[in-house]
Design a protein around this ligand. Structure first.
Ligand SMILES: Cc1cc2nc3c(=O)[nH]c(=O)nc-3n(C[C@H](O)[C@H](O)[C@H](O)COP(=O)(O)OP(=O)(O)OC[C@H]3O[C@@H](n4cnc5c(N)ncnc54)[C@H](O)[C@@H]3O)c2cc1C
Length: 504
């Protein structure tokens, strides 16, 4: 259930709300529109506070679109003995899969080696899953599979016995951010992309509108800094040790169109895995590296050594090794880990709320899976309201009951319902030939681009190619789609002029 306002965001609404903000005092200013920032905005707006989010680029500009897209029950934390964090993850996974975003988060079968430590870890994970109320109809018990069944699930793997375990996968992390942002907007939050904070204090921020170049001051009763790996640039008291995580992208055919994720233990480690995760768009994401990083934060690189490590570890479980020619894309993101010494792989995945001397509340660390809890903690820390967080039971825009989602799936393409839920029909109807693919051989539709412009605050082709759709994960596909996206932008601008730019 959403609030009284429209969830639809576009360039005109952005301009209007930015102007209004300059003339008023907002209860809460949130800086950064990754999953944490938009989560904070939704939490606060749904408690009745007036809220504005400012973001220097676009929704999901940072780490939140570079994740592995797992909404996980924290098996890895169990390996480190952190049962509390695993329970928190499993609880948040349950809320996301059953209430908050059942259209966006789906069960993902995962094949693991059938050894004793894995059986114990997965068994404990299942006990926790059951304790937090997730039914086996949603996430079945782990079970052993014979070599034939394993090969049916992941045809490219060398036949061997395995353990089949179920976890959660978000269909697209950037779409989760967009859905949370639009839900926050439906509760009255102003979502203002292309607005950069240059200085923060407990009573507001100095900002620059990246569209017009104008500077302004925003006045607020409280400020939350949710800028992820950039947090320290605005709040010097926050010390982060970013860790770089790289993925490579394969066409699903390279692994024989797998129906399950394949997890391969990194040689010499008891808890580090390389996994191959099938996506909804006929791709497989292979990750993950975990290395300390102190380079430029805006676009962390993927090195040839990363690619070689991921390919060779995965290939050790395959019938035929993969090579660089199989790689169609690659990306890296930075985990905003709190400093604390030791290897980044061992640093805590717990989140932290840090209150600076000037009253700015910084929320950092954590992970995509637990964004809702992080957001609730950050809003509590502002002490703006005694109203408790209600987001655990608050469905996002597009989340419907199972019956509503089934109805939508009966009428609209299933892939669209998995991405837009009950709004799938609006997507198709948002332009002429909205149900036609943008380019051959890819599932993305013309309607997704039009909907991005009309309802999801896409302001240019980059927003559409890299965040509202994920065509940008494969540079060759991005290049083919860019002219079509430019045409749709031009058609939109002709109908409704605004600060909308092309892909050049
Ligand atoms: C490789 C990798 C894989 C991961 N996989 C998973 C996974 O499978 N499951 C999981 O649960 N978690 C995963 N995580 C963790 C998860 O992705 C992150 O914890 C989460 O996305 C962080 O979100 P955030 O909103 O805090 O930061 P970000 O998404 O980085 O958002 C910060 C935002 O602040 C904006 N910003 C910065 N400076 C300013 C400024 N001055 N003014 C205005 N805006 C500003 C940025 O543009 C950015 O959009 C993974 C992380 C990595 C790196």
């Amino acid at each position: 259930m959403t609030g009284n306002h429209s969830p639809d965001l576009d360039a005109a609404r952005r301009t209007r709300e930015l102007t209004d903000l300059a003339e008023s005092t907002v209860d809460l200013l949130v800086v950064g529109a990754g999953i944490t920032g938009v989560g904070v905005a939704l939490d606060a707006a749904s408690r009745g506070l007036s809220v504005a989010v400012i973001e220097k680029a676009d929704l999901a500009n940072g780490t939140s679109r570079w994740s592995s897209k797992l909404v996980h029950g924290g098996l890895r934390y169990l390996a480190h003995g952190d049962i509390g964090l695993a329970v928190e993850s499993a609880r948040e996974r349950h809320a996301l899969m059953t209430t908050i975003a059942p259209h966006l988060v789906r069960p993902l079968p995962m094949l693991l080696p059938a050894n004793l430590p894995t059986r114990l870890g997965v068994g404990l994970g299942d006990v926790i899953r059951r304790a937090v109320g997730t039914r086996t109809a949603l996430l079945p018990w782990a079970r052993g599979v014979d070599p034939e069944e394993a090969s049916r699930l992941v045809p490219a793997m060398r036949p061997r016995r395995g353990l089949l375990h179920w976890d959660g996968q978000v269909v697209d992390d950037a779409r989760l951010v967009t859905a949370v942002a639009r839900t926050a907007a439906s509760h009255g939050a102003a979502i203002l992309t292309r607005v950069r904070a240059t200085a923060l204090r407990g009573t507001g921020a100095d900002v620059v509108d990246e569209v017009t170049g104008e500077s302004a001051t925003i006045v607020a009763r409280a400020v939350v800094n949710a800028t992820g790996v950039w947090a320290g640039t605005l709040a010097p008291e926050v010390a982060l040790s970013p860790s770089r995580g790289a993925h490579i992208v394969l066409r699903s055919a390279a692994l024989g169109h797998p129906h399950a994720a394949l997890n391969v233990l990194v040689p010499g480690s008891r808890s580090r895995w390389v996994f191959a995760l099938p996506t909804d768009d006929d791709m497989v994401l292979v990750g993950l590296t975990d290395d300390p990083y102190d380079g430029p934060t805006d676009s962390p690189p993927v090195t040839d050594a990363d690619e070689e490590f991921l390919l060779s570890t995965l290939s050790s479980a395959l019938r035929t090794p993969l090579g660089p020619g199989d790689v169609v894309g690659r990306f890296a993101g930075l985990r905003p880990l709190l400093s604390g010494g030791g290897a980044t792989a061992d640093l805590s995945r717990h989140h932290a709320v840090v209150r600076g001397g000037d009253g700015v509340v910084t929320i950092t660390g954590g992970k995509l899976t637990t964004y809702r809890k992080m957001a609730a903690d950050a809003v509590d820390a502002t002490a703006l309201t005694a109203v408790p967080s209600a987001t655990r039971r608050l469905p996002l825009v597009g989340a419907g009951s199972p019956a509503q989602l089934q109805q939508a799936a009966a009428r609209w393409p299933a892939r669209l319902v998995r991405r837009y839920g009950t709004e799938a029909g609006r997507v198709v109807q948002s332009t002429d030939r909205g149900d036609e693919p943008l380019i051959s051989g890819r599932p993305e539709l013309r309607g997704e681009v039009a909907f991005g412009l009309r309802c999801e605050l896409a302001l240019d082709a980059g927003d559409l190619l890299d965040r509202r759709t994920r065509l940008g994960l494969v540079p060759a596909d991005r290049e083919r789609a860019a002219p079509v996206v430019d045409e749709l932008i031009a058609a939109h601008a002709a109908r409704q002029p605004g600060p909308v730019g092309g892909s050049s």
